[in-house]
Design a protein around this ligand. Structure first.
Ligand SMILES: [Zn+2]
Length: 386
């Protein structure tokens, strides 16, 4: 590799790094010079003129460096030590330990999820949306994520990975989508229209170019995706005057982003649909032949507000006076009073008695087809007549 080629390569890497991390190119050049032990880029160039050459391992080091995200806070404080520690952290992040607790860290689309035994944290793609901390353990069991120190460590791992994910996203977009020009004009990453003021179709918010670029084209007000962001106030009678500016609060790179802790354990929501499902399943337990099974499947079941369940069983499919013991037992477990009724309606197939002698549904089906073929009317003729 010749000297000029090497510097070109470094410049190209700086360009990629600047774009991924939404910083100016000269800042990226200085950071890369820093990686190679120079205080800034011009010193590196000067050394090059005096014969300094980059070694192969050093180039590999720079290539690895540009693949990592740039944590904004660390960059602002300019502490290379802290930066390196964070990078080291990131590299071992797919599977790891926090104290005695194992975790795995993964990216699902653009969201980042870190999870361990009994807990998970999701950091959404939208930089303005708070991470969601879910716990899955019993009330008595200890959940590591409820320990503030553990939580901060887990959150920072996930947030660092989210920065990396967002950097990847930004690299795919036009440069002007993430870096406003001097008058605050930015380009929409999908429509490619340009403006210094944007409108959220979702919450009728008015957003500056700098705000929307900073928030990676998610509405800083309501979190709507880039698809809902337009350069004109759609559906507005007053040319967007009624659109209110969204607050910058809730955008990326806050030092202490808030998060939500939710109990992720399954919760029982016993609504009418689920009660009916259980009662019908119990009726199937009670059914002793194919006819009764059809009766259970066809039964009309409803639940009223006063803790009662009403079951209407078709008289031709369910013997009058047969008590659905299992259904009554399920209702009792659910604290429901049962009202049983017989009903008469159109049954699905004629000759319901066939279902009482058939031993399986396939046997019943065969018998039913045969009987229809022998004694039934032609469906074709019936269709023509109607
Ligand atoms: Zn919005």
């Amino acid at each position: 590799m010749t000297e000029i080629k090497e510097f070109r390569r470094l410049k190209a890497l700086a360009k990629r790094y600047a774009r991924a991390n939404r910083i100016a190119q000269h800042e990226a050049l200085d950071l890369i010079a820093g990686e190679l032990g120079f205080p800034h880029w011009t010193k590196l160039i000067a050394a090059g003129k005096k014969g300094w050459q980059i070694e192969t391992e050093q180039m590999a080091g720079v290539e690895a460096f540009v693949k990592r995200p740039l944590p904004a806070a660390t960059f602002q404080s300019g502490d290379p030590e802290a930066m390196n520690r964070r990078f080291a952290y990131l590299e071992q992040a797919e599977h790891g330990m926090i104290g005695d607790h194992a975790y795995r860290l993964q990216q699902v689309f653009h969201d980042v999820i870190i999870a361990g035994e009994g807990w998970s944290i999701r950091v959404p793609e939208n930089p303005g949306a708070p991470p969601i901390v879910e716990t899955f353990t019993d009330r008595d069991a200890e959940c590591p994520v409820l320990n503030p120190e553990f939580l901060q460590t887990a959150l920072s791992l996930a947030r660092n990975r989210a920065l990396q994910a967002r950097a990847g996203l930004a690299t795919d977009w036009p440069r002007r989508s993430t870096k406003p020009d001097l008058s605050g004009v930015v380009r929409h990453p999908l429509s490619h229209s340009e403006s210094d003021v944007w409108f959220c179709l979702h919450c009728d918010g008015k957003i500056t170019g700098a705000q929307i670029a900073e928030n990676l084209w998610h509405c800083p007000g309501c979190g709507a995706s880039p698809l809902d962001i337009f350069d004109t106030p759609l559906c507005s009678d007053d040319d967007g005057k009624s659109f209110l500016p969204v607050k910058t609060e809730g955008t990326a790179d806050r030092d202490e982003p808030d998060f939500r802790i939710v109990d992720g354990r399954p919760k029982l929501d016993l609504n009418e649909e689920k009660i009916i499902l259980l009662i019908r399943s119990a009726l199937l337990d009670d059914a002793t032949n194919i006819s009764e099974k059809l009766g259970a499947l066809q039964a009309e079941i409803s639940v009223d507000d006063e803790n009662g369940v009403w079951i209407a069983l078709e008289e031709d499919l369910w013997p009058a006076g047969k008590e659905p013991v299992q259904a009554l037992a399920v209702a009792e477990l659910l604290g429901l009073e049962v009202e049983l009724e017989s009903s008469w309606s159109t049954i699905p197939f004629a000759w319901p008695g066939l279902g009482e002698i058939a031993s399986s549904t396939s046997e019943y089906t065969q018998m039913m087809l045969d009987v229809y073929a022998q004694y039934g009317g032609s469906p074709d003729r019936k269709a023509k007549a109607s």
